[in-house]
Design a protein around this ligand. Structure first.
Ligand code: NAD
Ligand code: UDP
Length: 334
């Protein structure tokens, strides 16, 4: 039996494929490479280039492969872009989910593990954020993901397709041997941007806002290592295989780091000065996002190995130093 990973050429998906292969699973990957990289996909996984919204293509993959469950990473995820181009997000993300569930149902595949996000909660009413807290997204990206969660819920009700929605907080880091890592273009995430400055590729870091009601005025986020995150997907798939009902889990560390603290940690890890300046707030940034993640630890028996941000940054720095041009496959799209 095979695990199908949609979006398996992307940053998080490629780490999940890698961990699945390491743990002995048979893996197939679907990715249209719009932001992903063919070279990121573990050579032991079968690769199908195509779009999740293309039902005829997906149908062909499900015909060829004996799929026991899917893990769905394929989506766009840049918040500011989603504010300007919401329909691009509802089309790729939300319509992509409809297409995938149609094909899963047709082929009687009834298990899906899904990349959801803290962005589905919007501005939290309380910290840490619990899975049962209200989900009121403040941008189209978060809305598109919340809609995907809701579509799965109704598909469970109607067709018995069981799902686990994993709501990630801030994902960073790379495989420890530095063979795969984060390569987005343009890059928008804090950790890789800090490391671009450390590597001399950018002049300085712009810290978006220092007047938030936090310990030092900068935003506070909860960082989780990409390989720990990947492992949670495998646990979630096994949870569904064991016959459990659909559910949602936060994935974070339950600890918050401010943007200034992240900068200091990166200075320590890299030994570089990393110039930084204060800049205006970025639209739509919640002040503080910290997960209550005890549910995943208890219910899925998730045991993250990276519990401090310096170790997370160290693995990202290792990837950056060994792959200064990322996967070196940039075209105009990525
Ligand atoms: P990514 O852009 O690196 O990976 C997404 C992958 O999906 C890419 O390989 C891309 O080519 C592929 N893809 C996109 N649309 C597709 C389509 N229609 N058909 C086929 N393939 C398609 O992103 P990532 O950082 O690895 O994030 C993966 C998932 O995790 C996303 O769904 C994102 O919403 C979610 N997420 C990410 C973070 C984060 O911090 N990176 C946080 C919360 C949630
Ligand atoms: N951030 C920043 N400068 C940058 C990129 C990000 O100050 O060049 C801040 C951003 O405003 C947020 C935090 O870093 O407070 C994490 O942002 P990221 O985009 O990595 O993840 P998000 O929390 O938006 O999912």
């Amino acid at each position: 039996m095979t695990v199908l990973v949609l979006g398996g050429a992307g940053y998080i998906g490629s780490h999940a494929v890698d961990r699945l292969v390491e743990k002995g699973y048979d893996v197939a990957v679907v990715d249209n490479l719009v932001t992903g990289h063919r070279a990121a996909v573990n050579a032991k996984a079968r690769f199908y280039e195509g779009d999740v919204r293309d039902q005829a293509f997906l149908d062909g993959v499900f015909d060829k492969e004996d799929i026991e469950g899917v893990i769905h990473f394929a989506a766009f995820s840049v918040v500011p872009e989603s504010m300007k181009k919401p329909l691009k997000y509802f089309d790729n993300n939300t319509a992509g989910m409809v297409s995938l569930l149609e094909v899963m149902n047709k082929h009687n595949v009834k298990k899906i593990v899904f990349s959801s996000t803290a962005a589905t909660y919007g501005e939290p009413k309380q910290i840490p954020i619990k899975e049962t807290d209200p989900q009121v997204p403040t941008n189209p990206y978060g809305e598109s993901k919340l809609m995907m969660e809701k579509i799965m819920r109704w598909s469970d009700e109607a067709y018995g397709i069981k799902f686990v929605a994993l709501r990630y907080f801030n994902v960073a880091g790379a495989k420890e041997d530095g063979s795969i890592g984060e390569d987005h273009h343009p890059e928008t995430h804090l950790v890789p941007i800090i490391l671009e400055v450390a590597a001399g590729e950018r002049d300085q870091l712009a810290i978006f806002g220092d007047d938030y009601p936090t310990k030092d005025g900068t935003n506070v986020r909860d960082y989780v290592h990409v390989v720990d995150l990947a492992d949670a997907h495998i646990l979630a798939l096994e949870y569904l295989k064991a016959g459990h009902d659909s559910d949602a889990f936060n994935l974070g560390s339950s600890t918050g780091f401010s943007n200034k603290e992240m900068l200091e940690a990166a200075r320590k890890v890299t030994g570089k000065e990393i110039p930084a300046k204060m800049a205006p707030r970025r639209a739509g940034d919640p002040s503080t996002l910290i997960a209550a993640s005890d549910k995943a630890r208890k219910t899925l028996n998730w045991q993250p190995r990276f519990d401090n941000v310096e170790d997370i940054i160290r693995t990202a720095w290792n990837w950056k130093q060994t792959h200064p041009a990322g996967y070196n496959d940039r075209n105009e799209e990525k």
